[in-house]
Ligand binder design. Structure first.
Ligand code: NAP
Ligand code: ZN
Ligand code: ZN
Length: 347
């Protein structure tokens, strides 16, 4: 076993604190990565506070991992020591169900192994994530990262990037489409950058008027404050797609009413409580509501390569690990531009 340092939640209410634990030895198909940066996703917060239930403490969160390979197993073919690599939300899946065979491991019918808070195959411990100095992962779930990029700004692509890229590709969003992004946070700011890069006309629907200039800088064409009834009225029946990243309980009726006929709202946010929705809002307008979960491994690599080619990076605030509890509070206030990323050298 490999002695590892990290930061963990020990229950739903106490602040995260240092935690020493052990990782499995590097197996034949494993890659060991020294973690340089790890993004802070709202899912980390939902999990450590057990807002979705089912947290197995201690929880070491973190699934936006970028680092350097320090060891490879003797049967590893795709990676070598010294290379830059990434790990996202999954570290394994069954590999044989129809979804896995289609490269959609996130929809594995047996259930994928999450990077943290999942049962670790073959061990009696949960998986431990990226708020730590190193991680051991099967090579099939490791991503290639181009060396010459700003690695702190790449880390959030591993969750926020792929989670927004995948539905934009699935629904073939591009030129001629009007796309609204609800919530300008970690996922939302990536959705704006990616949808704009694909040629869509992008509108941000936000509760925070002070984010307007940033939205424009990120590539949005319009900005609507959702507390302003007049501004909302002007965009009724407008959007082909709405990418909804809200992390808290909201009424979906207000947003769905902004879809044009046959428009689709894609839910990405996972609020702990069920949202409100009147059937009539969908019926009058044949509107649709869909969901989308991260993205498969091949698609994550495609997204990383796409972002490298189009010079798309996350806008980040780099923090030391001992700032994490304050970072969570600020994330809850919507006060982050637009992703916290932990510099793991601070561990
Ligand atoms: P985040 O950075 O905290 O951003 C969420 C944004 O939602 C906030 O910045 C805020 O934007 C808006 N918001 C917050 N509370 C709101 C409220 N009560 N009403 C309306 N808007 C509100 O979070 P994130 O990391 O982007 O994650 C967002 C959600 O996606 C979380 O639930 C997370 O668990 C989930 N998630 C899902 C997937 C997936 O695969 N589907 C992957 C990753 C994360 P404004 O200030 O602009 O209003
Ligand atoms: Zn995430
Ligand atoms: Zn499977």
């Amino acid at each position: 076993m490999i002695s590892t340092k990290g930061y963990a939640a020990f229950d739903p209410v106490q602040p995260l604190a240092p935690y020493d634990f052990e990782r499995r030895d590097v197996g034949a198909h494993d890659v060991m990565i020294e973690i340089l940066f790890c993004g802070v996703c709202h899912s980390d917060l939902h999990t450590v506070r057990s807002e979705w239930g089912g947290a197995t403490y201690p929880v070491v969160p973190g699934h936006e991992i970028v680092g350097r390979i320090v060891k490879v197993g003797n049967l590893v073919e795709k990676f070598s020591v010294g290379e830059t690599a990434g790990v996202g939300c999954m570290v394994d899946s069954c590999r044989s169900c129809p979804s896995c065979e289609e490269g959609l491991e996130q929809y594995c019918e047996v259930g994928f192994t999450g990077t943290y808070n999942s049962p670790e195959p073959g061990l009696n411990t949960p998986t431990y994530g990226g708020y730590s100095n190193q991680i051991v992962v099967k090579e099939d779930f490791v991503l290639k990262i181009r060396e010459d990029q700003d690695l702190a700004r790449i880390a959030p692509l591993l969750c926020a990037g792929i989670t927004t890229y995948s539905p934009l590709r699935h629904w073939k969003v591009g030129a001629g489409h009007k796309v609204a992004v609800v919530g300008l946070g970690g996922l939302g700011h990536m959705a704006v950058k990616l949808a704009a890069s694909m040629g869509a006309e992008v509108t941000v629907l936000s509760t925070s008027p002070e984010k307007e200039t940033d939205a424009t800088d990120l590539g949005a064409h319009k900005f609507v404050v959702t507390k302003d009834p007049q501004a909302l009225e002007e965009v009724k029946n407008t959007f082909d797609f709405i990418i909804n990243t809200v992390s808290a309980k909201v009424s979906l009726d207000m947003y769905a009413s902004l879809l044009r006929r046959d428009g689709t709202m894609i839910l990405l946010g996972v609020p702990p409580e069920a949202p409100e929705l009147q059937a009539a809002t969908l019926i009058f307008g044949r509107r649709r509501i869909a969901g989308s979960l991260i993205g498969g491994i091949a698609e994550t690599q495609e997204m990383l390569d796409y972002c490298a080619e189009h010079d798309i990076l996350s806008d980040v605030e780099v923090i030391p690990v001992n700032y994490i509890n304050e970072a969570y509070e600020r994330m809850l206030e919507g006060d982050v531009k637009y992703r916290f990323v932990i510099d793991m050298a601070s561990l």
